[in-house]
Design a protein. Structure first.
Length: 160
């Protein structure tokens, strides 16, 4: 099966990076999911590698971030919008700025909400995309607080 070339588009900073080194483990156009294994683009002292599952219909990406020694640092959830250009074999995941971190002890932290208003104020995020981001964030938090998020974690765990 030919997999699409995966891109990560960010609004802040404005960039679109080809994730050419990410290994696609699973791709399902019908389920609107893609799972990848990767090493940090810019390795840091703490973050070394991880796994990501893009849930297009849900509007979020779930990643497991690991240290170099293999310790789970946290689950990192990006609110995203996905554009799949089947004709040209490209999948572009746009980061809609809001993120949720879930630590191994269960602590949940929402970050980067200020970037939503910053992007709106600077004209790079429309009111419709701002609403989409907040609604998807609300959906994700509802899944987390209800305990249903475990299904997404289990889905990603099967690929390790």
């Amino acid at each position: 099966m030919d997999y699409p070339v995966l891109y990560r588009k960010r609004l802040i900073p404005d960039e679109c990076i080809c994730l050419k080194d990410d290994e696609i483990i699973c791709f399902s156009e019908s389920a609107k999911r893609i799972v990848t294994k990767w090493h940090a683009i810019k390795p840091r002292k703490d973050l070394h590698h991880g796994y990501s599952a893009y849930f297009w219909n849900e509007g979020f990406k779930v990643s497991k971030f690991y240290s170099e020694s293999g310790d789970l640092l946290y689950w990192y959830c990006d609110i995203i919008d996905v554009f799949y250009d089947k004709e040209n074999g490209r999948l572009i995941a746009t980061d809609l700025l809001a993120d949720v971190l879930i630590y191994p002890d269960g602590f949940v932290k929402v970050v980067d909400l200020d970037e939503i208003t910053q992007a709106y104020d600077s004209g790079i995020l429309s009111i419709d995309m701002m609403k989409t981001s907040i609604n998807r964030l609300n959906h994700l938090l509802t899944l987390i607080y209800s305990g249903e998020f475990k299904t997404y974690q289990e889905y990603l765990n099967q690929y390790e």
